[in-house]
Ligand binder design. Structure first.
Ligand code: GLP
Length: 242
């Protein structure tokens, strides 16, 4: 695990954007795993700025988001689909057919999970996956206790996680989400974890301590050979939706 520390959220975001842009320059047909939340907003801003200056960055890139709330349609203002359109998809030349998120409003959620996992496999698996870090150590929506070999599944969100994401939902955060599993994440060729904010300090320290166990999902990353952690524990990111 490679650790890179930053003094500012801006510096962390610039580095994350540099890694993403390098990945798609190296392989214009890259398959990226993408996350949502406050932390990656700065990374997306820089990627968009860079790609609108240049040209056709994303023309053949494929993206898979890690998770989506269950029980709401993609066009719900709090959905991760809406988030991705606002922060990335509407600003770069990604082909809509190459962007993937689980369908949180699918009538059969178990079937939807299986379909999403198959879709990732059919695309050749995730190349570089960008993760955020929950204050309780969750990655994507894999809450504490999730087995390390889990695949895409329906997760019950903890009270803490629902509170942390309350800003996006006037009427309460959904109780469940579809998330790719920890096993799915660990199958990525490379993983970049972004952790910024005073509320992440304890989780960053816990990860650094290398205590590996299901009670702290991010610790699974120690089992992967190519993980870069970008940490900025002294600065909180911008508010969601900025
Ligand atoms: C949510 C998302 C995660 C994200 C995490 C951290 O629960 N499902 O993918 O990494 O929150 O979010 P933030 O960056 O807003 O702290």
């Amino acid at each position: 695990m490679i650790w890179e520390s930053f003094d500012s959220y801006a510096a962390l975001s610039a580095r994350a954007a540099e890694i993403l842009l390098a990945a798609i320059r190296r392989d214009p047909r890259a398959v990226l795993g993408l996350s949502t939340g406050r932390t990656p907003i700065g990374m997306y801003e820089r990627v968009v700025a860079e790609c609108s200056r240049r040209y056709r960055c994303f023309r053949e890139v494929t993206t898979f988001n890690l998770d989506e709330y269950a029980g709401i349609p993609g066009d719900h203002p709090g959905s991760y689909c809406t988030f991705m359109k606002r922060h990335l998809f509407e600003h770069v030349d990604l082909q809509p057919r190459n962007t993937h998120l689980p369908h949180g409003d699918a009538p059969d959620l178990a079937a939807e999970c299986a379909r999403y996992e198959d879709e990732i496999r059919a695309a050749g698996g995730l190349g570089v996956t960008f993760l955020g870090l929950g204050a309780n150590g969750h990655i994507a929506f894999n809450e504490p206790g999730t087995p390390f070999d889990s695949r895409t599944h329906v997760a019950e969100l903890s009270e803490e996680t629902r509170r942390a994401n309350a800003a996006s939902f006037a009427g309460g955060v959904p109780a469940h989400a579809i998330t790719i599993g920890i096993g799915t994440i660990l199958d990525s060729a490379a993983i970049v974890l972004l952790a910024s904010g005073a509320n992440k300090r304890a989780a960053i320290e816990r990860l650094r301590a290398r205590e590996i166990g299901a009670e702290f999902p991010a610790s699974a990353l120690w089992l992967h050979a190519d993980v870069t952690v970008l940490a900025c524990p002294h600065h909180s990111g911008p508010p969601l939706g900025c």
